[in-house]
Design a protein. Structure first.
Length: 433
């Protein structure tokens, strides 16, 4: 039944494209493109990953058996084609004096959470409509979070796209872009769906505000010299409400306690003919929903009679750079990234407990920092590319004292750590159409 449903969805996806191809005079419709991608990879140890190991975050910490052997020191491999993607570029008649366009994009990556695993599932990536006037653009729908910069993102072959150093999230949103010659001013209000704060999207939905972000970008291009420059910065604010009620004995009590957090980013891209350099820096609080380190903890139990609590966000800093030499046929590149847990704003009473209603409120709470270096070589002939990439990722995990307590201070900053590393070797084939 599931395979039949996916076949029907794919058929409906392609029908508009086939109809447009039969009538060349038709001005509007949908154009299908995408790629078929196959990934073959090997890891030197067990890792913290998403979706069958495809989306690598960082190496798993040591876990010792009765003979003091690390249970996670086991290499593994996988062959996957689930990143294969279909993109529909939509054109439509003008409306409200604006050019109308849209995008719908899906792949076979499926979904995975605590409730179910959708193996090879056909899932939505982007679905957005755009209205473009002379200097103003309005976007409605699911698209990249504003902290992910499509014109300046990590071009690594690995599906993690540089996470957890690179912000990675797609969000339902309303976005406005105002163009002033080379300057763009962007404002966005976003919700959450596939990439959520701890506890799911309801934590943001229960708060008074959507995820808010403001950004500027300055970009210049010279077609003759093939030189480009892009620079920009942005700032955002997000507040979530983890609980709407608490329980004490047989009684239930309404709660409206929220945890807020700011985020900021700066980025730059310089292109000089065959050479490209990129950089992005991020500072933020409670960045769990961007597939980065961070989250929140309980600061205090404010009312023991009601089990009411207050929260404190964890702070994260992240940096990544990428240098690319590209001749069209050959690409040689080096990507490096670093992220650090800066601890919480206040002393943390609890990291994960009954007050939160969930066992996961913090990603990488026992990690001091993570760094990664990732060189790659890509050769392209026609529509097919062959790529070899390695990712060497090291996570500095907190040491434990004789009582099993982590070496960290009252705000959750790690004070003594041990490096755990993984080497991923990746070979990919990419056929574009």
């Amino acid at each position: 039944m599931k395979n039949l449903l996916q076949f029907i969805i794919l058929t409906l996806f392609f029908i508009p494209a086939m109809l447009c191809g039969q009538d060349e005079a038709k001005e509007f419709g949908i154009k299908i493109n995408g790629f078929i991608k196959n990934d073959f990879f090997y890891d030197s140890r067990q890792n913290v990953t998403i979706r069958e190991g495809h989306f690598l975050l960082y190496p798993a910490n040591e876990s010792f058996d009765a003979n003091n052997k690390d249970l996670n020191a086991v290499g593994n491999f996988n062959f996957l084609s689930i990143q294969t993607r279909l993109t529909g570029s939509v054109t439509a008649p003008d409306a409200f004096g604006a050019k109308v366009s849209g995008i719908v994009e899906a792949d076979f990556f499926g979904n995975e959470n605590t409730n179910f695993t959708d193996n090879n599932g056909f899932r939505l990536r982007h679905a957005a409509a755009k209205l473009n006037w002379t200097s103003t653009e309005l976007l409605f729908g699911q698209f990249w979070h504003p902290m992910f910069i499509p014109a300046c993102f990590s071009e690594v072959i690995s599906f993690n796209t540089g996470a957890p150093m690179q912000p990675f999230s797609r969000n339902p949103q309303i976005r406005i872009t105002q163009k002033l010659n080379s300057l763009r001013l962007i404002g966005a209000a976003a919700a959450q769906r596939d990439f959520t704060s701890p506890g799911g999207s309801t934590a943001l939905r229960n708060s008074p505000l959507p995820d808010l972000h403001a950004q500027f970008q300055y970009e210049t291009k010279n077609q003759e010299t093939q030189r480009e420059f892009l620079g920009g910065a942005g700032i955002g604010y997000k507040a979530i409400q983890p609980l709407t009620q608490t329980e004490k004995g047989a009684g239930k009590f309404k709660t409206e306690e929220t945890v807020g957090g700011i985020s900021a980013t700066a980025f730059m891209k310089i292109k000089l003919s065959d050479y490209t350099f990129k950089f992005q820096g991020v500072y933020g609080q409670n960045l769990f929903d961007l597939t980065m380190l961070g989250g929140y903890g309980v600061k205090t139990v404010s009312d023991t009679l009601k089990n009411s609590v207050t929260y404190t966000p964890f702070n994260t800093i992240s940096l990544w750079t990428e240098g690319i030499w590209n001749t069209g046929r050959w690409q040689i590149a080096l990507w490096t990234g670093y992220t650090k847990n800066l601890g919480a704003d206040d002393s943390v009473a609890y990291y994960s407990n009954k007050y939160m209603g969930t066992d996961v409120t913090l990603r990488g709470g026992d990690i001091k920092n993570i760094w990664r270096i990732s060189p790659r070589v890509v050769v392209t002939a026609g529509k097919i590319s062959l790529a070899i990439e390695t990712e060497y990722t090291t996570a500095a995990y907190a040491r434990k004292d004789a009582y099993g307590k982590l070496y960290r201070n009252s705000k959750g900053e790690i004070t003594s750590s041990k490096n755990i590393s993984n080497l991923r070797a990746l070979f990919s084939t990419i056929l574009r159409f």
